[in-house]
Design a protein around this ligand. Structure first.
Ligand code: CA
Length: 153
């Protein structure tokens, strides 16, 4: 289970209720985008596609702190810091540019999904996959992953 660190004070800003409404509205929107991926014949080969899409939706919502539907550079920065993987402004810009196919300077949910489901290797994807593995390996088994995140490109 992903840890709830609760380090963000979003709940206190406008009252938890409004924030909750925003979140569930975004949840609906992202779920409907997920549905278009589930309906895409080209993606039917992908293993456990529904589970993957659900997971990516949760990850995206964790990133998208203001529920705008896009991850901007500040949101990415905060997330990298939370993952103990702080990046410079330039590195963050590069990370976005690798994924940002529309040139908006942000990462939309579709761009995020295309990245996670695609074969292209990007820094953000490596970090997220690494993080996922670490979470799965809460209980020790087999090979200890000794690779440090800072050693990633
Ligand atoms: Ca945002």
């Amino acid at each position: 289970m992903p840890g709830q660190n609760g380090q963000l004070d979003l709940h206190n800003k406008q009252g938890g209720k409004l924030f909750g409404q925003l979140k569930s509205k975004q949840d609906e929107e992202l779920t409907s985008i997920n549905q278009t991926y589930l309906d895409d014949d080209a993606l039917q080969e992908i293993e456990e596609l529904p589970e993957q899409l659900n997971k990516y939706k949760d990850q995206f919502m964790e990133f998208d702190l203001d529920n705008s539907g896009d991850i901007d550079i500040m949101e990415l920065k905060q997330m990298m810091e939370k993952l103990n993987c702080a990046k410079t402004h330039l590195e963050l810009k590069k990370m976005i540019a690798e994924v940002d196919t529309t040139g908006s300077g942000t990462i939309s949910y579709k761009e995020f999904l295309d990245m996670m489901l695609g074969t292209k290797s990007t820094v953000l994807k490596l970090i997220l996959k690494f993080e996922e593995k670490m979470r799965e390996k809460e209980r020790p088994k087999g090979l200890p992953p000794k690779r440090d995140l800072s050693s990633l490109p």
